[in-house]
Design a protein around this ligand. Sequence first.
Ligand SMILES: [Fe+2]
Length: 287
Amino acid sequence: MALTARPLHPLFAAEISGVDFSRGVDPETFEEIRVAVHRYGVCVFRGTGLTDESHIAFSRLFGELEQAPRFSIARRRFRYPELFDAGNLDPDGNILSDERRRMYNKGNQLWHTDSSFNQHRSAYSLLLAHEVPPVGGDTHFADMRVAYEALPEDRKAQIEDLVAEHWLWHSRMLAGYPEPTEEEKREKPPARHRLVQLHRESGRRTLYLASHASHIVGWPVEEGRRLIRELIEFATQPQFCLAVQWHGPGDLIIWDNRCTMHRATPFEDVRYRRDMRRTTVYEAVDH
Ligand SMILES: [Fe+2]
């Protein structure tokens, strides 16, 4: 089956059509999708008709799936531990009123890369809409290969060998979440990653950035934070960014976390329901 890719931005991202998810994705089609994800960084599929089960099964074609962490959440909403909750509903399907959870979700409105706070990185995220608010709640994307290539040469040389420390609780506290509990800290210790990486599948160099990045290893904390802030601001200038609107249930966006950043945007979260479920695929270990 030949896919059609319609670019959504001059520099990255495409809307893909021509995939029949209802019949399971055959190996040739999957290979075309994989190639498109590596090329465009962000691929949007409309009205896939995927269910929890077929979402997980399709995601497994990309590799091993992460399991959603259990902290801070008394009961899971989903039967499957592979599904991360990116919505605003409680386990009974009502709009969340728990301030701590709402605050936790706010962290997703900062530019980030999923799971960069884990030492074993995530390669891909597959976010599937089950219910979308009528207004707001777009997802923004930026391609970090484009950003790296646009950096001045002296900046590239300055950051070449730097390593950043990423900590989930750093981004949550930036968003107003309270100091993490001892259990939360134990559950998610910091991780370290090189700031400049090779995105092997496209052969392009890329920045590996996220609001989870708390400082640069070996640098005074404030100086490192300033650099991280400057790089994120540079990488997310309007001409490098794309806003994707969710049209309705079944919309799926796949992105490559190793070469993109994204953020959620606000919507009236105490008024409208948003049910979004994400699978997250580990980077293959031979990388
Ligand atoms: Fe995210």
